[in-house]
Design a protein around this ligand. Sequence first.
Ligand SMILES: [Zn+2]
Length: 303
Amino acid sequence: MNLIRLFAFALVALAACPVGAQDPGTLTPKPLPPLANPDDPQTPAKELFVRKTDAAPLSARSLGGYARGCVAGAVALPVDGEAWQVMRLSRNRNWGHPNLIAFLERLAKRVPQVNGWPGLLVGDIAQPRGGPMLTGHASHQIGLDADIWLTPMPDRRLSRAEREQMSATDMVRPDRLDIDPNVWTPQHTALIRAVSREPEVARIFVNAAIKKALCREAGGDRAWLTKVRPMFGHNYHFHIRLACPQADEACADQDPPPVGDGCGPELDQWFTEKMLRPKPGPPRPPMTMAQLPPECRKVLVAR
Ligand SMILES: [Zn+2]
């Protein structure tokens, strides 16, 4: 990606990510009022998908692209597992393609051996039928993206209130040029390396300062760094993106990441003034159903 394209992408990504993992939720979410004209073709798709509180009872499929699609037959990650706890339950974003949910359960159980943490704190996955969201992510639309906190799961079960209010830890220094050595640990590196080595994982997104630390700490075996891509935000959590399920023809994979460890000039671009303090671009009109794959209409109305 050249610098101009990267910068244009920066503006879009910034506009799309106003909400971070650290933003608190509420124990008493207000139900959304019904839409006056849900069938109006101008209705933003996010207003339709956010009102679906359960999965589409269809066979499991990821439809479209990570930032333009939906998911049929999603399942919810249980809010408590032997080695994970779901955060911000008020958002109802712990839904995903069954492949991703099974992957997260397997991963969480391995975490004690991987880095000694008791388990994972799981942030946003997707809405019950995927699709665009009212706040936060541009992606997370097809049930194959998950945010994992860079804070270890504590040794006890968190209360509902703690899951809404507890803050994740910012891993990056105030000047954004490197990690904060007071909070970044070898355990973080071990976890991200283990996830990146999983064959189903297509990409991992981390803050550029975190990528810089991983480049420094990787040592001789650098193949796993290829999938770890710098991204805005992602200083409180990292983002796991699985590849499309095999034989899921309606699911659009991304191009594979460029070859190499991504630690050279490509990473340096992220530390320019424009990239460190990008000015937000003009707001973009929200996506409508017409911009999503046609099957997403069936996913939206299935009952
Ligand atoms: Zn993310």
